[in-house]
Write a protein that binds this ligand. Structure first.
Ligand code: WQD
Length: 334
């Protein structure tokens, strides 16, 4: 059975990818330091997949930890999620972000090379495109960082591009991942005051937060609010399965956007979420947020051509799954 190592596999996207890989017939090991994941995620995954979940607690910054995993398991490929991902926080802690995201990747690649494991799917981000009017964005658009976080993703991609031909690398540029698993047993464990839109709206819907601040309604968009390409986290997980399958079958590398190609405004999301939770959601118009761009949407066709990937779930599905998760409507679907 093909065995895949998921670094950061107990996190939001990692845990959903765990389930998708298991469902696709892979054997999966989670490697996580639980700095940004709840300790009970493996137990919930166990309930969902009906078998013991292989978890190794460790840190990609610890060479011994990561070497031990490759000594203990016959790994065929790696999906690398373990990284810090908050743009704003990266501006305050640039060295920490570079150390964790770039240093951690270098540690992982050294351990993989020592173990003769040379198939890796890398969690990248649309933020590598910087601030651009080219919308939807194609993968050959130039890269330009606008934050230390974006720098670490560009640096990671460039390091991976230096590897010799006996490596096969899947670089996946996420747009805006949202939503939760259909069972509502796993989802995004957001911070108390979320930075991102949907987790914030979710906390307004549950009454944990008073009202949403809409960061600007004077953008050159249909309703003046920011437009983004939201993608359901289960679609995103499916994209990782297709990426790993392609690496293992073709030994060819790829770099693709993972998005829907559809743009939704902040007020579109507020409306869809209100529909999903059956209540009006309080919001006020606030000043623009520094660093925000008006529109950010993916050209999705390269992922379709190279991996056969196509996002299937709608904005309504995303909001309904998020609402089921935050309102505790757990359903143990296998
Ligand atoms: C979406 C829209 C905001 C919060 C970020 C990172 C990106 C990626 C995904 C890691 C924008 C508006 C938001 C709020 C609002 N992370 N908004 N009120 O900024 O597109 O992308 O998360 O890879 O790298 O940059 O996502 O959800 O923060 O914002 O009006 O309270 O919602 O202005 O238009 P973003 P977001």
């Amino acid at each position: 059975m093909v065995k895949i190592l998921l670094t950061g596999g107990a996190g939001y996207i990692g845990s959903h990818t765990y389930l998708a890989l298991v469902q696709a017939g892979f054997d999966v090991v989670i490697f996580d330091n639980f700095s940004n994941a709840k300790e009970d995620v493996p137990l919930r995954l166990q309930d969902l997949c009906g078998h013991t979940v292989d978890v190794v607690k460790g840190d990609v910054l610890d060479r011994r930890d990561i070497a031990d995993v490759f000594n203990a398991h016959d790994i065929d490929g790696v999906v690398h999620f373990a990284a810090k991902k908050a743009v704003g926080e990266s501006v305050e802690q640039p060295l920490d972000y570079i150390h964790t995201n770039v240093g951690g990747l270098l540690n992982l690649l050294a351990a993989m090379d020592d173990a003769g494991v040379r198939r890796i799917v890398f969690s990248s981000s649309a933020t590598v495109y910087g601030d651009t009017d080219v919308q939807p964005i194609p993968e050959d658009h130039p890269r330009a960082y606008t934050s230390p976080y974006a720098y670490t993703k560009i640096a990671g991609e460039q390091i991976l591009e230096q590897l010799s031909d006996d490596w096969a690398v899947g670089i996946l540029r996420y747009f805006n991942p949202v939503g939760a698993h259909q069972s509502a047993m796993i989802g995004e464990d957001a911070e108390d005051i979320p930075n991102n839109l949907m987790p914030y709206i979710a906390k307004v819907a549950t009454g944990q937060l008073e009202e949403l601040s809409v960061f600007g309604d004077d953008y050159a968009t249909p309703d003046g609010t920011g437009v983004r390409d939201y993608i359901h986290v289960e679609d995103l997980a499916d994209g990782h399965v297709l990426s790993m399958k392609s690496l293992l079958e073709t030994n060819q590398s790829h770099t693709v956007n993972l998005g829907t190609g559809e743009g939704s405004s902040v007020l579109d999301v507020v409306g869809a979420y209100a529909e999903a939770c059956g209540q009006d959601l309080k919001y006020k118009i606030a000043p623009r947020r520094d660093g925000d761009v008006a529109v950010l949407t993916a050209r999705p066709d390269k992922a379709k051509q190279e991996l056969g990937f196509e996002a299937k779930r709608s904005l309504s599905d995303m909001c309904k799954s998020s609402w089921a998760w935050v309102s505790g409507q757990r359903r143990n679907v296998k």
